[in-house]
Ligand binder design. Structure first.
Ligand SMILES: NC(=O)c1ccc[n+]([C@@H]2O[C@H](COP(=O)([O-])OP(=O)(O)OC[C@H]3O[C@@H](n4cnc5c(N)ncnc54)[C@H](OP(=O)(O)O)[C@@H]3O)[C@@H](O)[C@H]2O)c1
Length: 257
């Protein structure tokens, strides 16, 4: 089966400033052979600017567009969706593939058990960043690509083992990771022309795992984990996309062989 790396792509990636998302953008730019456009969505505008300038120097064959948005604030997400819909409407017609990689996420209150998780401001912001904006971006992508029958369509959710493994003090993280997988599976049955993948990247050397190590009520458990660099995990994900034999809507974990 052919794969996205041989096609000109419009690739939209969330959470691109640091960690796994930054590495995903780098590897897409390196591996996609035809001139393409990569859309970077993250919170800090300054980091987006610095990263995109560096990417343009390293990969002059591609275009890099940036959108600063706090995905945890509904009004910012609404503005983002309308800007993306407008800006990408004509652009998408120039490409052979459209890829959406939903990577942005946050850890949640790993210092609290379910008994104490009742701060509604936190719960609403968490839902917006980790699920509502994710579903709204699916909607934007589907509307954007619906007119193009010959476009290769691919959506990837960056998931976690936490989507199926309950652990203490992870009510928000585990619940929303599980919900994201289900949302993608529903999208998959509704849209047979879109290939979808839930990729679980393994424990990473990143800011998120540093936060877990310092705040989690079970932080001692993290000492024995087999940490991966973001490069190792993204290599594995790119290998899966290169082979392109995965069953649509499946979950693949880094450690699955
Ligand atoms: N780390 C792990 O061990 C691990 C394990 C399994 C799964 N995962 C999953 O892998 C993905 C990436 O994790 P990571 O470790 O790379 O995380 P990270 O180091 O915390 O990076 C998070 C990224 O998301 C962006 N982001 C955070 N809050 C945002 C907001 N409110 N609005 C817009 N963008 C926001 C950040 O951009 P700014 O810098 O601009 O804030 C950053 O680029 C996540 O989906 C995570 O759940 C991670």
């Amino acid at each position: 089966m052919s794969n996205i790396f041989d096609q000109s792509c419009l690739a939209i990636v969330t959470g691109t400033n640091r960690g796994l998302g930054k590495e995903i953008v780098h590897q897409l730019a390196k591996r996609i052979t035809k001139p393409s456009c990569i859309v970077l969505i993250s919170k800090s505008p300054e980091t987006l600017k610095t990263n995109s300038e560096s990417l343009r120097k390293q990969f002059p064959q591609h275009a890099f567009c940036t959108y600063a948005c706090d995905l945890g604030i509904p009004s910012e997400v609404t503005d983002l969706i309308s800007k993306l819909s407008e800006d990408l409407k004509a652009k998408v017609k120039q490409y052979e593939a459209a890829v959406l990689i939903q990577n942005a996420a946050s850890l949640g209150r790993v210092d609290l058990t379910a008994r104490d998780l009742d701060d509604m401001d936190h719960l609403q912001q968490y839902a917006c960043l980790n699920l509502s904006s994710y579903i709204a971006l699916h909607s934007m992508y589907l509307k954007l690509t619906s007119q193009q029958a010959n476009l290769t369509k691919l959506i990837i959710n960056i998931s976690s083992l936490a989507a199926s493994m309950p652990m203490p003090s992870t009510t928000d993280y585990c619940s929303y990771k599980a919900a994201r997988e289900m949302a993608l599976r529903v999208l998959d049955v509704e849209n047979p022309d879109v290939r979808t993948l839930n990729y679980s990247p393994g424990p990473l050397e990143s800011d998120m795992s540093e936060e877990l190590k310092s705040k989690w009520t079970k932080k001692e458990a993290t000492a024995n984990w087999d940490y991966l660099t973001c490069e190792e995990s993204v290599n594995r994900m790119m290998g899966i996309l290169f082979e392109n034999t995965f069953e649509s809507a499946t979950r693949i974990d880094y450690f699955d062989r």
